[in-house]
Design a protein around this ligand. Structure first.
Ligand code: GDP
Length: 362
């Protein structure tokens, strides 16, 4: 079949967007991830949310349930199969995740504490995002800490905001205005996401509470909206793979393994792979593809489930020989029947310079 020139009309060919979270310490990155993961949708479970290697996967049905409260305000289309959120917050991981040639992380969430405004690592994060031309949204977190905030758990922001006493609404507005000015001082135009008429020029702000879950539906809605509408080209399924090494780890029974985010394509047991090593390129063969055992099955013997084949986007652990010197943040390539292995070895080693540079400067 010929590739479709119109990605939006070809829903089946889109893969899940990948999202990273960053911001100053204590702004609520971890808590926000936890809240997004929770399945406290009234009555029913938002099923199928799975813990992966270094990431959490949200199937589209779970997102549908979690964003249902948005129906009064926004239309939603669901063209992607799900959303993959990288679990490690913080900008060290993000530096790795946006290495040269890596297309990991389609969109980032920059978390700002509404009570504290911009802090040192917020500013560093903004620089990093800008340097790497990474699209992002701002989660203006801890709105429940505004004095006298009346919480409606897991509500959409606008619905909750309408219910607030005037004084709360005024305090919100004052703090929001202050933060918009501070962002402007960093060279960023910003706007509340539902008032943002120009998403390409203005960064969208989503007010959230990681404690009450308010604004979390808005955040998920916006992530889908931005990735589906503005990045569908990047989300097309590719036959060639795009994969990034998150971590190199020794695991009992498997030796040295690498944790990888597969952003596009497939990986198979027995694939010959090329990756960047501290002392030169590594060429090896995938012995095992592993994902964590679902929680309820933890009494089983192994901590991991083995796969013959995995499909993007997901986090997966790879066991293979000779991984001891693998460099996290670098790409992983699969040797196809017509590929020149030597050329690929040169390619992956190009990553090393970029990665060492970014370590030096951060
Ligand atoms: P991180 O360092 O950015 O990952 O921040 P954490 O998620 O660890 O949160 C730091 C502290 O802020 C913890 O005590 C959280 O319980 C608290 N916190 C996080 N989000 C919220 C929020 O939305 N509202 C309130 N009231 N507290 C929050």
């Amino acid at each position: 079949t010929t590739p479709s020139p119109a990605p939006a009309s070809n829903k089946r060919d889109l893969r899940s967007p990948i999202c990273c979270i960053l911001g100053h310490v204590d702004t609520g990155k971890t808590k926000l991830l936890d809240k997004i993961r929770q399945t406290n949708v009234q009555g029913g479970e938002a099923g199928g949310i799975t813990q992966q290697i270094g990431a959490t996967y949200f199937p589209i049905d779970a997102i549908k349930q979690k964003t249902a409260v948005m129906a009064d305000y926004e239309k939603q289309t669901f063209d992607v199969p799900g959303l993959l959120v990288i679990d490690t917050p913080g900008h060290e991981s993000f530096t790795n995740l946006r290495s040269r040639g890596s297309s990991l992380c389609n969109i980032a969430i920059l978390v700002i504490d509404i009570m504290h405004g911009l802090e040192q690592q917020t500013i560093e994060s903004i620089r990093l995002l800008r340097d790497r031309k990474a699209p992002f949204v701002v989660a203006l977190n801890k709105i429940d800490r505004l004095y006298d905030w009346q919480a409606t758990p897991n509500n959409s922001f606008r619905s909750s905001f309408e219910k607030q006493p005037r004084a709360v609404q005024q305090e919100f507005q004052t703090r929001l205005d202050g933060i918009k000015v501070a962002l402007a001082e960093q060279g960023l135009n910003s706007e509340l996401y539902f008032q943002n008429k120009n998403m390409a020029k203005y960064v969208s702000i989503v007010p959230t509470s990681a404690v009450t879950g308010e604004g979390v539906p808005d955040l998920l809605w916006l992530l889908l909206e931005l990735t589906q509408k503005r990045m569908s080209k990047q989300l097309m399924y590719l036959s060639h793979i795009e994969a990034t090494i998150l971590e190199v780890k020794v695991v009992e029974g498997f030796g040295t393994t690498i944790d990888v985010i597969l952003s596009n394509g497939y990986l198979r047991e027995g694939d010959r792979i090329v990756l960047c090593g501290m002392n030169g390129p590594i060429v090896t063969t995938i012995r095992a593809l592993l994902t964590p055992q679902p929680l309820r099955e933890l009494r089983l013997k192994s901590e991991y489930v083995h796969h013959k084949e995995v499909k993007a986007a997901l986090g997966v652990k790879i066991a293979a020989n000779d991984l001891e010197k693998a460099v996290s943040g670098s790409r992983l390539l699969v040797v196809g029947p017509d590929d020149d292995e030597e050329e690929m070895m040169d390619d992956v080693m190009d990553d090393l310079t970029g990665l060492l540079d970014s370590v030096d400067t951060s």
